[in-house]
Write a protein that binds this ligand. Structure first.
Ligand code: GLC
Length: 436
């Protein structure tokens, strides 16, 4: 059994730390602008300017069953989709606002179709819910708000009442966790009470403003097992490094305990569909991010930003296929795996994962070594070795490299795997070691 113990949390993370790989979906009106999900704030748009997206939002090619099938083929086991992003637009049929997809040409509850399709595909289902809301009339203008540069910004705040806004959030969370069956993850985003720039009255917002205690109590009451992230500024189940790959297992900042964590990452930098973005990650990088994350005990939530018409664009499809091709043969080193026990130290250019029951160690070859892979500390501990992708045996020696050359390595604790000269086809080959 894995010896790593993480901080106890209120929700049920057992399935989550087994499944390891999920799909984030950022979809909303901003897909039409196709230049970042923050476009309303980045370009300081007025309500009237942003309204054109509401007026013309018509995802006529939306077929969430296709999304779900692609997620599953990529090896993803769960998904988290934006129910509401910072622009305040609701992708579900809320009774508490008119600013929702049912009132656009889309004319239907898009979130419900997502839930049904992903569930039917056997995936767990989560909602992202923005704590920020740049549309709601009670949400006060602050340093991130699209109206922050208005000469009248401060006056515009008169009469705005964050208490009413936080009640609105509770109403919507109640809807989301009542009307759609079991929801596995609730992903709040985000708090910025410590970020301070601009005028003092523009200060950021956090748990006081959201009334996070009440919000979370409500979510737990409705769905006790649900996994909640920590972005409402109250520790819950999940720590969420964003577009950042930690170099060690994420620890609780105060207590130093290991925590349950999930890195969220993008294919190209932005979360919403960004037509002209040129910074798409390479196939190697995509695979390495997943491996690296699991090798440090974490999950990876990889984002897709669907187009305004409701399909995944060709670059996203290609990226998902990269995962699919690798996972089809190598997922055993990901599912049910975690960071290898401290006694196992991966050599340069390798990453280890270990099955949570402790019986198998997986060696991921980030660069392919010539003929011999030398694993210090593993002599005497391995019963059988094979390439994971085709189950082909890999012979090994212990204590020394078996080679006629003078000066071939000898080292007592060394396990030496004999490798074919040519790298097998997987982007990152994996060696599966059955431990004694
Ligand atoms: C950030 C961004 C947001 C994105 C989120 C995903 O907080 O504000 O656009 O949804 O990260 O982690």
């Amino acid at each position: 059994m894995s010896s790593y113990v993480t901080k106890k949390t209120p929700g049920n993370t057992a399935w989550f730390t087994h499944d390891r790989f999920g799909m984030f979906i950022h979809w909303g009106l901003y897909a039409m602008a196709a230049r970042h999900e923050w476009v309303k704030s980045n370009e300081c748009m007025t309500e009237a300017q942003y309204q054109r997206y509401f007026k013309f939002f018509d995802p006529d090619l939306y077929e969430p069953r296709k999304w779900a099938a692609m997620a599953r083929a990529a090896g993803m086991k769960y998904a988290v989709m934006t129910a509401k992003h910072h622009d305040g637009f609701c992708m579900f049929d809320s009774a508490y606002t008119d600013y929702k997809c049912t009132n656009t040409p889309a004319g239907r509850d898009l979130l419900r179709e997502y839930v049904e399709a992903f569930r039917a595909e056997g995936l767990k289902v989560g909602f992202y819910y923005s704590l920020l809301d740049w549309h709601h009339p009670d949400f006060t203008i602050d340093m991130l708000h699209p109206r922050r540069k208005d000469p009248q910004a401060r006056q515009l705040n008169q009469g705005r009442d964050m208490k009413r806004y936080s009640a609105y959030m509770r109403d919507q969370v109640r809807e989301l966790l009542t009307n759609y069956g079991t929801i596995d993850i609730l992903w709040f985003d985000f708090s910025y009470s410590e970020n301070q720039f601009g005028e003092p009255w523009m200060k950021g917002k956090g748990k006081q403003d959201w009334e996070s205690e009440k919000l979370i109590a409500l979510a737990r009451e409705l769905q006790p097992e649900i996994i909640i992230d920590n972005r409402a500024e109250i520790d819950q189940d999940l720590w969420t490094p964003e577009q950042y790959q930690p170099k060690s297992w994420v620890k609780h900042p105060e207590t130093g305990e290991l925590v349950t964590w999930e890195a969220c990452q993008t294919f190209s930098g932005s979360w919403g569909y960004y037509r002209d973005e040129m910074s798409w990650k390479s196939p190697e990088m995509l695979i390495r991010m997943l491996i690296e994350t699991v090798s440090l005990g974490g999950n990876l939530l990889m984002n897709v930003g669907p187009t305004a018409r409701g399909y995944f664009d060709h670059r996203a499809c290609k990226a998902l296929e990269v995962y699919g091709q690798w996972m089809a043969y190598n997922s055993r080193s990901i599912y049910g795996c975690t960071m290898a026990e401290p006694e196992f130290k991966a050599p340069a250019d390798c990453r280890f994962t270990q099955s949570q029951d402790g019986s198998r160690l997986y060696v991921h070859l980030f660069s392919y070594p010539y003929a011999y892979l030398k694993l210090p500390g593993l002599a005497g501990k391995v019963e059988y070795a094979q390439f994971l992708e085709d189950g082909s045996e890999l012979t090994f020696t212990e204590g020394m490299v078996e080679h006629f050359s003078l000066g071939a390595t000898r080292q007592e604790d060394l396990l030496v795997i004999n490798l074919p000269a040519v790298k097998p086809q997987s982007l990152v080959p994996v060696i599966e070691l059955f431990l004694k």
